[in-house]
Design a protein around this ligand. Sequence first.
Ligand SMILES: [Ca+2]
Ligand SMILES: [Ca+2]
Length: 91
Amino acid sequence: MTVAPTSGGRPVTRTCMTSIAFLGFLFLSSKAPTCYDAADADDNGRLELTDAIYALTYLFLGGPSPPEPFTACGKDVTESELDCDGFAACP
Ligand SMILES: [Ca+2]
Ligand SMILES: [Ca+2]
C-alpha cells in the first residue's frame, strides 16, 4: 500500500474499531479510513494486518492497550508516513 506523507499534527484518537475496520478495507473493498494514523494500533508507523490483530488482542485477550492518543483526542507525537485527512471524532 502506498500512502501520502503525513499531514502532521492533527488531533486523532487511536481506536480499536478503526484498526478492525481497516480489515474491511483490505479484504472487503470497504471505504478507506480517512486517518491511517488512527488505525495504526501498535504505532509502528506502518498500517498492516497486525494492527487489527493488536486491537483484537487488546479487546478480547487482555493484550497491551494501543499507545496514546487512545480513547481521547490528542496529537500522535510519533513520526510516521501515514496520512491523516482528519478524524471525525476529533474536530
Ligand atoms: Ca502498525
Ligand atoms: Ca504515530
